[in-house]
Design a protein around this ligand. Structure first.
Ligand SMILES: *[C@@H]1O[C@H](CO)[C@@H](O)[C@H](O)[C@H]1NC(C)=O
Ligand SMILES: *[C@@H]1O[C@H](CO)[C@@H](O)[C@H](O)[C@H]1NC(C)=O
Ligand SMILES: *[C@@H]1O[C@H](CO)[C@@H](O)[C@H](O)[C@H]1NC(C)=O
Ligand SMILES: *[C@@H]1O[C@H](CO)[C@@H](O)[C@H](O)[C@H]1NC(C)=O
Ligand SMILES: *[C@@H]1O[C@H](CO)[C@@H](O)[C@H](O)[C@H]1NC(C)=O
Length: 477
């Protein structure tokens, strides 16, 4: 009996350890793969068990592995999973998680006391964007007594606008600081992604409410980013500046999510100002920004069609768990941009690759890595290119799994003919349910190597910060 059960067990194990297989021309095949990957993402979530922390995969560092903000990315990716697949399995656990971390009251929206001392404007903003997305898609809330998603999003916007107003009269005349706490050295940093997330939230509140004040904030934030050179003339988007040198020195690091969040914001502006005749000029300005950001994104971050986080993957420098969460954000932002701006779905006359084509190539590369981990189908972090000597890129785990889920759900967006647009208060088209033919775009265009240096003048990532603090302590000893 024992002799017989062993091969049976092995047979069972090998069928359980099948790499993820997807037919990218079939919506049902992509949907099935997304379901498996969503399941694997949620297998990392223990927060709704007794004694664990609701809404979080783990205690944030130093006790656990994942920074507080990264959990917002888990939940917003699951909201997109619902949006693109229609599968409501994780809606309740998502709503519960968002509310658990939404802070004690609206005056402290997404400022839970446990984590407030180490929160940055970007962290705060990413949770607000998850609430905004819940509002746009009308995610059912577990209780009437809880603040609504839109009020949570607005409350964070008000707090960030108040912080920004202080900066306008202060150092470097605008922008958002990275960290909230003045005792943190990150307080001296003004990083692009903090301002970009605020800008993005503003454009979506503008579309949702039609209140022009939000659009004015978006204009102002954009102007500041360009005035200090965080967005340059070629639409490169850099990491940060520091108030200690009057924001003169721009960190040369470029992160795909900062560009992605700005591109999505520009797409919201271009789309919404295009809905009425009163905003012709603004529409022209923002649609040019969309085009320029998209072509820069393609050239810099999708050199062979697949997303490469170059500052992380193509260097031997520290590439930490904070950074590993960014690819999925980039992909979902690009997909929303392609939903809002149809030009992003077709390749350019000169053979430039469209955003839609790059998303298609990227999801294929991503899924090709889904053959690891405990279930034999978990996905890797690196989707293209050679491993650089001396580099350590962690493969499977929550960030890689969430990135892969993002890749799969945006592939479904293309498959469905880009119809899953978020709804809004003013009655713009809501969650689509069309199931159009394959529309994933073709893989055109030549590999682009624009030969830029990957400098390291500054870094606004939490592990980068940790290294700076370690360096400081070492210098003191
Ligand atoms: C936690 O959430 C998961 C995913 O929705 C669910 O399957 C599980 O039953 C929940 N556990 C508890 C204790 O509520
Ligand atoms: C705050 O920390 C306490 C103690 O670790 C924990 O029980 C609680 O769940 C945490 N709250 C949140 C919102 O994370
Ligand atoms: C528009 O939004 C701003 C900023 O939140 C707010 O102060 C103002 O009252 C709003 N205006 C209207 C007409 O609702
Ligand atoms: C805005 O996006 C929606 C959804 O794709 C589209 O139907 C609409 O035509 C767009 N409006 C403009 C002005 O681009
Ligand atoms: C990585 O760096 C090498 C050497 O600088 C360069 O040749 C290659 O094009 C880069 N690859 C990407 C994807 O940026």
């Amino acid at each position: 009996m024992y002799k017989q059960s062993l091969p049976l067990l092995l047979a069972g194990a090998s069928s359980a350890l099948a790499a993820l297989q997807v037919d990218f021309d079939s919506a049902s095949s992509i949907r099935a793969a997304a379901k498996d990957v969503a399941f694997d993402v949620m297998s990392y979530y223990k927060g709704n068990r007794t004694g664990e922390i609701l809404g979080l995969l783990d205690s944030p560092p130093p006790n656990g592995d994942y920074f507080w903000w990264t959990n917002a990315i888990v939940w917003s990716t699951l909201i997109d999973y619902w949006r693109y697949t229609g599968d409501t399995t994780y809606n309740d656990v998502t709503a519960e998680a968002l509310l658990a971390q939404s802070g004690p009251d609206l005056d402290h929206a997404f400022l839970p006391p446990n984590y407030t001392v180490s929160i940055g404007n970007d962290d705060h903003g990413f949770w607000a964007l998850a609430a905004m997305q819940a509002a746009e898609l009308d995610l059912p809330s577990p209780s009437e007594d809880e603040p609504s998603w839109i009020n949570l999003a607005k409350a964070v916007f008000e707090m960030q606008a108040a912080r920004y107003s202080i900066e306008e009269d202060g150092e470097c005349e605008g922008g958002l600081r990275w960290m909230l706490a003045p005792v943190s050295s990150g307080y001296d940093v003004k990083n692009t992604v903090s301002t970009a997330v605020f800008l993005n939230l503003g454009t979506r509140l503008y579309r949702f409410t039609d209140n022009e004040t939000y659009a004015d904030w978006a204009e102002k934030s954009w102007d500041w980013l360009t005035s200090v050179g965080l967005i340059d003339d070629e639409f490169n988007v850099y990491d940060s500046v520091n108030v200690n040198d009057d924001c003169e020195t721009v960190s040369s690091l470029q992160w795909s999510y900062a560009l992605g969040v700005l591109l999505e914001a520009a797409a919201y502006m271009s789309n919404h100002t295009g809905e009425s005749n009163n905003h012709r000029h603004k529409q022209k300005v923002w649609s040019e920004r969309v085009t320029s950001l998209a072509s820069r994104a393609m050239a810099h971050f999708f050199p062979d069609g697949t997303l490469v986080e170059r500052a992380c993957e193509n260097t031997t420098s520290d590439c930490n768990g904070d950074i590993h969460w960014q690819k999925g954000i980039t992909l979902r932002s690009l997909a929303t941009a392609a939903t809002l701006v149809p030009e992003l779905r077709t390749n350019g006359d000169d053979g430039d690759r469209s955003v839609a084509a790059a998303l298609r190539t990227t999801v294929e590369s991503a899924v090709a890595t889904c053959d690891g981990g405990l279930r034999g189908r978990e996905c890797g972090y690196r989707w293209a290119g050679e491993v650089v000597e001396g580099e350590e890129v962690k493969t499977t785990g929550p960030p890689s799994e969430v990135n892969a889920l993002a890749a799969l759900v945006v592939a479904l967006g293309a498959q469905n003919g880009w119809s899953e647009l978020a709804g809004s208060e003013n009655g713009e088209s809501g969650n689509g349910d069309s199931n159009g033919d394959s529309n994933g775009g073709s893989n055109g265009g030549e590999a682009v190597d624009d030969g830029e240096d990957e400098g390291n003048a500054g870094v606004s990532t939490r592990a980068g910060m940790g290294l700076m603090l370690v360096g400081l302590v070492a210098a003191l000893l």
